[in-house]
Design a protein around this ligand. Structure first.
Ligand SMILES: Cc1cc2nc3c(=O)[nH]c(=O)nc-3n(C[C@H](O)[C@H](O)[C@H](O)COP(=O)(O)O)c2cc1C
Length: 187
């Protein structure tokens, strides 16, 4: 399979983030043709439409980085049954100025990770709604709602639950196939 550049966007800035642990675990089991790069979102000023005239350097660099990717993997917690503000901020920034969104046409996958019991379903689907509007091709199956994250990783952040590891492997294989399928229409 062709080499594919995948940008990884993590919706938590916390240094001991379970979502970051999950992102690293996903990368470790992914098909080898996927080449990953984390895309930083914690340095972005709060979006202000006035900046569409003259954007801060952080916006310019972020948009360029997103644009350079073939696909995007989102791994996010749920805050108050929705997407963390820092992630929504990043999505809005790369969607503007109007008509110049850099998200459109890119295949995407979403995994939501929580210490709670309902898999951060709300965040997963609010994010999905925004990505669909932005004309991204979002992987539908398998759905990835990861609950009880504190029981899945060891103290060093390594994924130690074997069932979850098998699911992560299956999820990334499906994402790689989906990217391949989505790109057939573009080539
Ligand atoms: C402001 C805030 C709101 C939260 N709301 C939810 C929620 O709606 N649903 C949920 O499952 N967990 C919620 N949590 C708990 C997160 O799942 C938990 O903090 C998780 O570890 C965050 O992900 P991280 O480890 O990647 O930082 C919330 C946490 C914070 C700080």
């Amino acid at each position: 399979m062709k080499e594919v550049k995948v940008g990884v966007v993590v919706g938590s800035l916390r240094k001991d983030s379970y979502n970051l642990m999950a992102a690293n675990a996903l990368i470790s089991v992914a098909p080898r043709n996927l080449k990953f790069e984390f895309i930083e979102i914690g340095n972005l000023e709060l979006y202000n439409q006035d900046y569409d005239e003259k954007s801060p350097e952080s916006y310019v660099a972020f948009r360029e980085k997103v644009k350079s990717m073939d696909a995007i993997l989102f791994v996010t917690p749920e805050y108050n049954r929705s997407v963390p503000g820092v992630l929504k901020n990043a999505i809005d920034i790369a969607s503007r100025p109007w008509g110049q969104s850099v998200w459109g046409g890119k295949p995407a996958a979403i995994m939501s990770v929580t210490i709670g019991n309902v898999g951060a379903f709300g965040a997963n689907h609010h994010l999905r709604q925004a990505l669909m509007f932005l004309d991204m091709a979002v992987l539908a199956q398998p759905e990835a709602y990861i609950s009880n994250a504190m029981s899945l990783f060891d103290a060093s952040g390594k994924l130690v639950n074997e069932d979850t590891k098998a699911f992560f492997t299956n999820f990334m294989k499906a994402f790689a196939d989906f990217i391949d399928y989505a790109n057939q229409g573009l080539n």
